[in-house]
Design a protein around this ligand. Structure first.
Ligand SMILES: *Cc1c(COP(=O)(O)O)cnc(C)c1O
Length: 394
């Protein structure tokens, strides 16, 4: 068993676990007891692989980015999660969880969403399977993200506004949990990243691990070696990064770099650079690192990219950070926006602003010239066009 993977009690080093209200015990315990036997079952694997292939469009290409490589003087490959159906890696997880929900006999799906990306990925798989879908979303986010609300509704989902607190993601999460407590028998709660109580972080990482599984095969074909020198990904909650790192964790000669969002700057008071600003604590059901005040109140994060605007990181990332296995860095809004524009001009690929954070770190690295670098391009930038337009004045 890898020392970087979850142990039998649901922990990564000191992080993880299931810190939940007593009323959620039955729901979470059912998952803990069943998730591994279900997702390792051959009939589950077969349907998961079939849908990833025929519906999502996997394997996603591993693209040797020639002009980007020339610019930085090394060999850069982009893992093209942006080419997946619905435009990002999130669908890998929602496909896995909808199949799990079916096997558990659940008829109703709930989810929380911030900017709406996870809500859309969940509504998509519910339409695919004909299951009832309820998405909780902060009232303010509903106003800000009208196109994603429309997408969810077109796919038959009910979008419920969370009207308490700051009326954003945190409050939507509370509403979803309340719903789950009230509907433990027929409902499955699809969490969108490697966060939440055990077994969610491990379960979501396993579904996203297809990213590094494919990358190993593709690298072997293209370079003659299955492992790169460096893998990089952006981190919000950390699911695309967890998937990108998964099958390289025990190859200690592969350097792992995770890029958080520094917003207006790590010390600006408006950022989401969790490992640099955070302390250990409990958030959304697991022990991890999170941004909090001295008396333990969660600090509102900020990033120009909605997907990285999260005050914590998943427990596996907290462990990779603390153990020193991973290098955790950050990129500001400005650095990310410039990196996104650079990729667009050099390669004709408009990245999601989240993914642009990973690209931005290239500017701060020095290369000998013969390295193999793999960057997870977690999503496409169509959803961010307004932001790019406003920022650059196009
Ligand atoms: C949601 C999202 C992220 C951040 O989520 P992780 O769980 O950290 O991967 C990153 N990139 C894109 C394109 C997203 O939609």
């Amino acid at each position: 068993m890898s020392k970087y993977q979850v142990n039998q009690k649901g922990y990564y080093g000191p992080f993880g676990g299931a810190y939940i209200p007593e009323m959620l015990y039955p729901n979470v315990e059912e998952l803990q007891q069943q998730y591994l036997s279900i997702i390792e079952d051959p009939s589950f694997k077969e349907e998961f692989e079939q849908l990833l292939r025929d519906y999502v469009g996997r394997p996603s290409p591993l693209y040797p980015a020639k002009r980007l490589s020339e610019k930085y003087g090394t060999n850069i490959f982009l893992k093209r999660e942006d080419l997946n159906h619905t435009g990002a890696h999130k669908i890998n997880n929602t496909i896995g969880q909808i199949l799990l929900a079916e096997k558990l006999g659940k008829k109703r799906i709930i989810a929380e969403t911030g900017a709406g990306q996870h809500g859309v990925a969940t509504a998509t798989v519910c339409a695919l399977k004909g299951l009832e879908c309820v998405v909780y979303m902060g009232e303010i986010d509903i106003q800000r993200q009208a196109p994603n609300v429309a997408r969810m509704k077109m796919m038959g989902a009910t979008v419920i506004a969370a009207t308490s607190g700051s009326k954003t993601l945190k409050d939507a999460t509370n509403e979803a949990l309340r719903d789950w407590i009230n509907n433990p028998v027929d409902t499955h709660y699809i969490i969108g990243s490697v966060v939440g109580p055990h077994p969610y972080p491990d379960m979501v990482a396993r579904f996203q691990s297809i990213i590094s599984e494919e990358t190993r095969k593709q690298l072997l074909e293209k370079t003659g070696k299955a492992t790169p020198d460096i893998v990089m990904a952006c981190v919000g909650g950390g699911s695309n990064a967890a998937g990108m790192f998964y099958h390289f964790l025990d190859d200690e000669d592969v350097q792992i770099i995770a890029v958080e969002a520094a917003g207006h700057g790590v010390d600006s008071g408006e950022s989401a650079a969790t490992t640099q600003l955070g302390q250990e604590g409990v958030l959304h059901g697991s022990r991890s690192i999170l941004m909090q005040t001295e008396d333990g109140q969660v600090i509102e994060p900020y990033s120009i990219s909605a997907g990285l605007d999260y005050p914590g990181i998943g427990p596996q990332h907290a462990w990779l950070f603390k153990s020193g296995r991973g290098t955790y860095v950050s990129a500001t809004d400005e650095e990310a926006m410039n990196a996104g524009l650079l990729l667009t001009k050099l390669e004709g690929i408009i990245p999601a602003i989240e993914s642009s954070h990973a690209l931005a770190h290239l500017e701060k690295m020095t290369f000998k010239g013969d390295e193999t670098v793999v960057i997870c391009l977690s999503g496409r930038g169509d959803k961010d066009l307004d932001n790019y337009m406003k920022y650059f004045g196009f």
